[in-house]
Ligand binder design. Structure first.
Ligand code: PLP
Length: 207
């Protein structure tokens, strides 16, 4: 189980405290904010050991920054963005680890593909040499009833196991946030993305 510490909106001083406590894997939602933090810590001795995941919605015009700075992109949901990331990944870097984002329950959300579209997108991504398909990610619609959380995450786990059967390098099922991590773990998550429970509530008010 990997704990991804979601540090969006949090200052580098707070991230430094998490690093001092032993945390190495961090998630960021906003491209420029994430790149600034990656560069800040890269200049420090401990920076090299960190692994940064992009977990926000990705626009085409920002893909180059993700390809050039992050180790993972968890929100790939169309071939066009995968191809851009593949073309923009520097040859000096290891392949960019990618997760395909699934729209598992939130019909309002424009992010993620439906499960029916997964086999074709996975096949296309696996053919891109500078990307490494590692698995699936989902942000289900908010749901407070535990058995319903479990049912949705269970659908994700079924899709994950089928994908892993086909592509042996697939090893990551990213699901579970502060309010639903217990159900996600019970249903087979291999990576929970936790912000609030680690860093406290986020303040989005202008400073
Ligand atoms: C903000 C965010 C999280 C963390 O959410 P919390 O409820 O604060 O734990 C996880 N995943 C994604 C994609 C996010 O945007």
């Amino acid at each position: 189980m990997t704990l991804l510490a979601v540090s969006k909106t949090k200052p580098v001083a707070v991230i430094a405290e998490a690093i001092a406590a032993g945390q190495r894997t961090f998630g960021e939602n906003y491209v420029q904010e994430g790149v600034d933090k990656i560069q800040h810590f890269a200049a420090l001795p401990e920076g090299t050991a960190l692994e940064w995941h992009f977990i926000g919605p990705l626009q085409s015009n920002k893909s180059r920054l993700v390809a050039e700075h992050f180790a993972w992109c968890q929100t790939v949901d169309r071939l066009r963005i995968a191809e851009r990331l593949n073309n923009q990944r520097p040859a000096t870097m290891a392949p960019l680890n990618v997760l395909i984002q699934i729209n598992i329950s939130d019909e309002q959300s424009k992010s993620g593909i439906v499960l029916d579209a997964l086999p074709a997108l996975a096949e296309a991504i696996v053919a891109l040499p500078n990307l490494m398909l590692r698995g699936l990610m989902a942000i289900p619609a908010p749901e407070v009833v535990y058995p319903r959380q479990l049912a949705v995450f269970g659908q994700m786990n079924d899709a994950f196991l089928a994908l892993r059967q086909r592509y042996p390098q697939v090893d990551t099922l990213s699901m579970g946030m502060t309010d639903d991590m217990a159900a996600a773990i019970a249903a087979g998550s291999t990576m929970v993305r936790i912000g609030t429970a680690i860093f406290g509530h986020r303040d989005y008010s202008p400073t």
